[in-house]
Design a protein around this ligand. Structure first.
Ligand code: GLP
Length: 241
């Protein structure tokens, strides 16, 4: 595991964007696993900047998002689908057919989850997975549990996650109680993983996840077992590492 501590959020974002840029240059048809949340927003901004400067070509890149709120359709402003288009896809030359997002609303969620996993498999697997981390150690929407999740799962969001994400909604009651997420096993199958964290509030959980015991109660601790993880934190989130 490689840990990069940067001065601030902006530098963290630039470092993460550099890793994605290198991946896309190395392999123009790279398969990227993408995350949402406030943490990667600066990274997407930097990638759009690199695209505008004509350093990057996303025309052959494929993407798979990590998770989605159950019950929010893609046009809901707080859906991860909406987020991805707003901050990234609408600003680059990605082929729309290469964008894969988990449907928050579908007639048959079980079938939708199965299809999604099959599409990942058919693409040859994820080359680089971007991750943020929740205050309780969740990655994607894999909340603390009794076992590391497999395949793709529907999760009940913990109270702390609902509280943390309520800032994006007008009312806390509007935050969905469930979500769909790639499980830990699928995340661990990515060739490379980039875990990002910023801010003092993430310092304790980063220490616990990276140096504490490996256990499903801290889902991110599974990353200690992955062969190619790069952690990028700002000084505040990296304070205890
Ligand atoms: C969300 C997402 C995660 C994200 C995490 C942290 O609920 N499902 O993918 O990494 O919480 O969010 P933030 O980056 O806003 O702190």
């Amino acid at each position: 595991m490689k840990i990069i501590v940067t001065k601030n959020y902006e530098m963290m974002s630039k470092e993460a964007a550099k890793l994605i840029a290198a991946q896309v240059i190395r392999k123009p048809d790279a398969v990227l696993g993408l995350a949402t949340g406030s943490t990667p927003m600066g990274m997407y901004k930097e990638l759009v900047h690199l695209y505008d400067e004509e350093f990057l070509d996303f025309s052959k890149v494929k993407t798979f998002n990590l998770d989605e709120y159950a019950g929010l359709s893609g046009d809901h402003q707080q859906s991860f689908c909406f987020f991805m288009h707003r901050y990234f896809f609408d600003h680059i030359n990605i082929d729309r057919q290469n964008i894969h997002l988990i449907p928050g609303v579908s007639e048959d969620p079980e079938k939708a989850k199965k299809n999604y996993l099959e599409q990942i498999e058919a693409s040859g697997g994820i080359d680089m997975q971007i991750l943020g981390i929740g205050l309780d150690g969740h990655i994607g929407f894999n909340e603390p549990a009794c076992e590391f999740s497999k395949g793709m799962v529907t999760t009940d969001l913990d109270e702390s996650t609902i509280n943390a994400n309520a800032r994006f909604f007008s009312l806390k009651e509007e935050v969905p109680g469930q979500a769909y997420t790639l499980g830990i096993q699928t995340i661990m199958m990515a060739e490379q993983i980039v875990l990002m964290a910023s801010g003092r509030a993430k310092a304790e959980i980063m220490k616990e996840a990276l140096f504490g015991p490996i256990r499903p109660q801290i889902p991110a601790s599974a990353l200690q077992l992955h062969k190619h993880v790069t952690v990028i934190v700002d000084e505040d989130a990296g304070k205890l590492l």
